[in-house]
Design a protein around this ligand. Structure first.
Ligand SMILES: [Zn+2]
Length: 113
C-alpha cells in the first residue's frame, strides 16, 4: 500500500481592514485581514490545521499585527479555514470505519452453525 503525507502553508486574504498609519511605510495605508495556517495530511484525506494565525496587514509592505481570531470569525459569520482542512481527519476516520464495517458485513465465510 502506498501512503502519502505532507503539509503546506495556506494563506488567505480575508478582505479590507480599514486605513491607518503604517509604522514601516510611515504614512496612511490600507490594511487587510490575513489568515495563515499550516495544514498537514496523511493520504490527502486525514487533514488537520496547526498554527492558525490572523493578522491585519499593510497592503503595501505587508507589515502586520495579530488580530483577535474570535472577532474575525464573528465578522465573517464562519471560520475561514476550509472545512476539509478542519474536519478531514474526521472524514478519514469515518472512511476507515465504513471500510471495516463493509469488510465485516461482507464476510465470504460466515460461521457454520
Ligand atoms: Zn506599510
Amino acid at each position: 500500500m502506498f501512503i502519502t503525507w505532507g503539509s503546506k502553508t495556506v494563506s488567505r486574504d480575508l478582505g479590507p481592514d480599514g486605513r491607518r498609519h503604517c509604522p514601516t511605510c510611515e504614512c496612511q495605508r490600507g490594511f487587510y485581514k490575513h489568515l495563515a495556517y499550516r495544514v498537514h495530511h496523511i493520504m490527502w484525506l486525514f487533514r488537520w490545521p496547526t498554527g492558525v494565525r490572523y493578522a491585519s496587514r499593510c497592503d503595501q509592505c505587508g507589515h502586520g499585527a495579530p488580530i483577535d481570531a474570535v472577532q474575525v470569525r464573528a465578522d465573517l459569520g464562519k471560520s475561514p479555514v476550509a472545512w476539509i482542512d478542519r474536519y478531514g481527519w474526521l472524514l478519514g476516520i469515518a472512511a476507515v470505519a465504513a471500510f471495516f464495517l463493509w469488510a465485516v458485513l461482507s464476510d465470504p465465510h460466515p460461521p457454520v452453525r
